[in-house]
Design a protein around this ligand. Sequence first.
Ligand code: AMP
Ligand code: GLY
Length: 417
Amino acid sequence: MGKKVLVIGSGGREHAIVDALTRSAQVEKIYCAPGNAGIAAVAECVAIKDTDVEGLKAFAVEKGIDLTVVGPEAGLAAGVVDAFRAAGLKIFGHTKAATRIESSKEFAKQLMVKYDIPTAAYEAFDNYEEAKAYVDRTGVPTVLKYDGLAAGKGVVVAMTEQEADEALRDMLLDESFGKGRVVIEQFLEGPEFSLMCFVCGDKLYPMPVAQDHKRAYDGDKGPNTGGMGAYTCLPFITDEDMEYAMEKIMRPTAAAMVAEGCPLTGVLYGGLMKTPNGIKVIEFNARFGDPETEVVLPLISSDICDIFEAVATGVEATEPTWESLATLGIVLASKGYPGSYEKGYAIKGLEAVDGQIYHMGTAAKDGEIVTAGGRVMIVVCKAQTLAAAHAKANAEVAKIECENLFYRTDIGHKAFK
Ligand code: AMP
Ligand code: GLY
């Protein structure tokens, strides 16, 4: 009998996870909670929210789910893994305690200082006056991070004192994100990259590195978004860089989490920066990155179920294998995003696309796919070289017709300089 797998989440990342699972020889049936209109073509979507721990658990018991994979941090922070494990259910993802490496910036920073993991110098404050005095003393540019899950909007890189002050007022006086603390960090410079590893305690299995593009428009202009595209095969990350990142950052972090009594049992995402003084951690996430996952998982050539199972059960895994090709993904977003935008526009031409299409925010309406979110879908193409993947993805994305979508044409530009 094949396995029944439940994937929790509803974005492009979960679509890519589901897609990788469809290539597994062991999987018979895939459910996705809550899923989206694209996922619905390859899995059975069930209307349970990613944070409805009791609802998810009851569903897994009822259907006899063999393995659950958690996408978003909200579910992890809500304790879905703890609840599933307590009920004897197999699940891939971190416990609530381990998820603090993402959900609490201060926890992550203290861990890095304690275990000598390279990162920017910092101090944490809950008082506006003290925070302001620190910024006055240390100067700009500076980086202000709201301590808590803020849906990617909690980081301000302040280039002027006025920007820093506005952000501090916002975070500490107006409490726009709720009552919290602010971590103030030294400003670092250099190319950023994302290194994701499957981690079970002190055992790590790295994935190919990727780079995200956070700004909305070409040339890295415009507001920050959830990610407008990503690619693999970063020419500025050498084998030595990978070795350094694994040996000085990823392995010591996993070991530190074991020592702290909250071992990792899912994905550790290192948001890293290659500075003139070495590679340093910008942030950790406790989950697959989005949109990095959409360009990384199409490359896995071993059965993804093996690594999910091994991590979920704590057994030694066989190292996953990866195709040595380049991938590049371009996100189509609703006009106006990341600000306000309209929904419900029909999307045509999808069947003409030669590449993976992962849905992020779509809905099915009268037999058509319509826009239903800020980031709507991502088109991912594979090729022998990054330049070829770039050309192909741009050609394929242009086949999609929808009057209310926009996309960047320069994904991967840092690799072509
Ligand atoms: P987010 O993914 O929303 O946490 O965005 C964080 C972004 O802010 C990173 O991708 C960096 O571009 C930038 N950032 C964070 N910390 C620093 C730092 N210490 N120095 C320079 N830029 C930073
Ligand atoms: N791509 C950044 C993130 O997943 O947070």
